[in-house]
Design a protein around this ligand. Structure first.
Ligand SMILES: [Zn+2]
Length: 191
């Protein structure tokens, strides 16, 4: 009998307060949603003022010889084989200047047989630009700060892996250590 009474009381309680409970839960859910939206809004406020990164062309003049490809095979005349080419190759005269595409810090300068003379520049936001096939007389050293357009050196035929006898710049872009399409950061009318 006592049990039945308790059940009746519980049932009566819910019948009386169902709407109050539903309204209470709804108000809490709305309040939580507003709080989350506002805190997300605060993060966005911090981003105001950051513009998308835009590179300048890494060559003073010259034309694109081989574009970036992530899946499509391109023929490598130096190695006589088809391969994926995750870079942009520019060709020009031997005096063609190679420029830093964006502001950053020179992290590495080296020469090896396959890649020729190479300069690596670290930028903000996990970005890195890599310039291969330069003449070995480079204009910058490790730890130098460079601006967009700083002259790094001139293109050459030093990259055995890709050289066909024409001076060349092999330009790579890394985002968090992975090669990405440089075109994403280049102004297409001026690349
Ligand atoms: Zn290349």
């Amino acid at each position: 009998m006592l049990k039945t009474n308790t059940q009746h009381k519980i049932k009566a309680f819910f019948q009386k307060y169902t709407y109050t409970l539903i309204i209470g839960i709804t108000i809490m859910a709305v309040a939580i949603t507003i709080a989350l939206t506002l805190s997300a809004g605060d993060d966005n406020v911090l981003d105001v003022g950051t513009k998308p990164i835009e590179f300048t062309s890494p060559v003073a003049n010259g034309s694109i010889y081989k574009d970036f490809s992530s899946t499509e095979l391109q023929y490598n005349e130096a190695l006589k084989q088809w391969e994926i080419h995750k870079a942009i190759d520019y060709v020009g005269e031997s005096s063609t200047q190679v420029l830093s595409a964006y502001e950053g810090t020179v992290k590495n300068v080296y020469t090896d047989y396959l890649n020729g003379t190479v300069i690596e520049i670290e930028h903000s936001d996990g970005l890195k630009t890599i310039y291969k096939s330069l003449d070995n007389e480079v204009r910058v050293a490790i730890n130098d700060k460079v601006q967009k357009g700083t002259v790094l050196g001139v293109m050459s035929t030093s990259m055995a892996k890709e050289s066909t006898g024409t001076p060349l710049l092999h330009f790579e872009v890394q985002l968090n250590g992975l090669l990405v399409d440089p075109n994403t950061y280049l102004n297409t009318t001026n690349k």
